[in-house]
Design a protein. Structure first.
Ligand code: NAD
Length: 269
């Protein structure tokens, strides 16, 4: 099938789509024929720039502001999407952030912020999407599934990460959240899957790649010896959301250049 048609006529919401991975995912889904809702928390101009890029390529998109950790804002965002497009076919739960510190110095505020955005935000958005998928059911001409939910996780779903305990706990939480709703929603023909990126070059991890020294250190953790690009994840998300991946549910696909292969053991540890 022509990859440009894989998501033809479908509506997709990508959270945190004004930057980094979310932006690349939105562009890839639009390139595959989906109509996009570009969610953003604060940066209206960046969200509009993503919308304009999609429109310039012949696609359809709107920008909708919402903090994904606030229930009322999430509900208002879905209402705005339904007013514009009528329904939803694909949700990409991408929004996330880090508030790093040594564990003993971590404030409750930094713990709560990361869990609220990275984990509770995924719950709030997935619940709204699942309600609509169940209400509407399968529309054969668009997809074999009633809906698809992609949860942006991380290699830190499985790799412990000292100094980032709140972040690692949120991603470990996403794993069981994703699997549990996949199990519950499969009978409704709803697919739920995770993407576990390794090191992808975005603003969230700038410290790890902006100097040659930092990049060299990072590359010791990546057997494939390059940092990932947001477009790598975009292509995977577009495929995972399509019927080409119709039998995939309840699992995380790691896209990490081998970061989860325990590279420290490559020469017998
Ligand atoms: P980024 O900082 O470029 O993007 C994060 C996005 O989330 C931004 O658009 C930001 O505005 C949005 N966001 C933050 N708080 C929000 C809120 N309350 N409501 C709505 N949106 C909010 O970083 P990124 O690397 O593109 O991160 C995207 C996702 O990928 C995150 O979930 C992150 O944990 C995950 N991830 C990134 C990497 C990496 O190496 N870059 C690796 C693994 C996982």
């Amino acid at each position: 099938m022509n990859p440009s048609l894989l998501l033809k006529g479908q509506t997709a919401l990508v959270t945190g789509a004004d930057s980094g991975i979310g932006k690349a995912v939105a562009l890839a889904l639009a390139g595959a024929g989906a109509k996009l809702v570009i969610n953003y928390a604060h940066n209206h101009d960046a969200a509009e720039a993503t919308v304009n890029e999609i429109k310039a390529a012949g696609g359809e998109a709107i920008a909708v502001q919402a903090d994904v950790s606030h229930e009322a804002e999430v509900k208002a965002m879905f209402a705005q999407m339904y007013a514009q497009y009528g329904t939803i076919d694909i949700l990409v739960n991408n929004a996330g952030l880090q508030k790093d510190s040594k564990f003993v110095d971590m404030t409750l505020d930094d713990w709560n912020t990361v869990i609220s955005v990275n984990l509770t935000g995924q719950f709030l958005c997935a619940r709204e999407a699942a309600r609509e998928f169940i209400r509407r059911g399968v529309v054969e001409e668009r997809s074999r599934a009633a809906g698809k939910i992609i949860c942006m996780s991380s290699v830190h779903e499985v790799i412990p990460w000292g100094g980032h305990v709140n972040y690692a706990a949120s991603k470990g939480g996403i794993n069981m959240f994703m699997k549990s709703i996949a199990q519950e929603l499969a009978p409704h023909k709803i697919r739920v899957a995770g993407i576990g990126p390794g090191a992808i070059q975005t603003p969230i991890n700038k410290d790890a790649w902006e100097t040659p020294e930092a990049l060299d250190k990072l590359l010791t953790l990546i057997p494939y010896n390059r940092i990932g690009k947001p477009e790598d994840i975009g292509k995977l998300a577009a495929w995972l959301a399509s019927d080409e991946a119709d039998y995939i549910t309840g699992t995380t696909i790691f896209m990490d250049g081998g970061m989860t292969l325990y590279p420290g053991f490559a020469d017998n540890g």
